[in-house]
Design a protein around this ligand. Sequence first.
Ligand SMILES: [Zn+2]
Length: 211
Amino acid sequence: MSDRPADSSAEVRQRIDVPARKGRFARLRRGQAIRVIDSEGGQVGDLFAFSVEQTDEHLSANHTRAIVNRLFPQVGEAFYTNRRRPILSFERDDSPGLHDMLIAACDPERYRLLGVTGEHDSCAVNCRDAVAEAGHSVPEWVPQPVNLFMIIPVDVAGNLTWEPTVTQPGDSVTLRAMMDCLIVVSACPQDIVPINNLNPTGLRMEVLAPH
Ligand SMILES: [Zn+2]
C-alpha cells in the first residue's frame, strides 16, 4: 500500500476521461508523464503503449518480464517493447501496488467462451478503435497489455486466481515516456469474471507537464 499522497504539484496539461467499458488514447513526447486514475475505485485499466514511429513496436509484457525478472511491475522499473527498448518508466504508484502482466486483453472470443451470446465491449476492440482514431495503423492482434490495478495471484504450483481489484477512488499510477509514444487505456468491461467487482466503471488519464 502506498503511503504517499498523489503528487498534486505536477501541472496537468490534458485530461482525458475514459468512459466505463471504453478505451481512449493519449500522445506522449519522450520525457512526458501520464497519470492513470481509477476515478471511482475497483476498476482495472488495460494499458497499451505503441511507438509513434511504427505501431508494430509496442510495450510487450512478456519481453518486460524477461528483462525485469518479475511477473508483476513495480516502481523504478521500465516497461519494454517487443524490440526490447524501454518505452515507459513506472514512476509512482499511488494505489495498493498490485498490477498484472500475465493476462491477455479481453476480446470478443473471450466473452463467447464465457457464454455471452450478444455484443460485448472488449479491451482488444477498444485498443484497435483508439489506435485507429489516433490515425495510426491498427495492429491485427493487440499486444498483451499491462493490466493496471488487476490482481492475479500465482501460487507456488503455478495456479492463477482472478481477484476483485481493491483500488479506492482516486488511486493512480504515474508513467513517464522513454520514447515518443501513443498510450491507450481501456476501462476493462469484464463483468462476468469479478476482477472489476462485477461493476465496470470509468478511468481518467492526465498528461502532466514536463518538469
Ligand atoms: Zn478487458
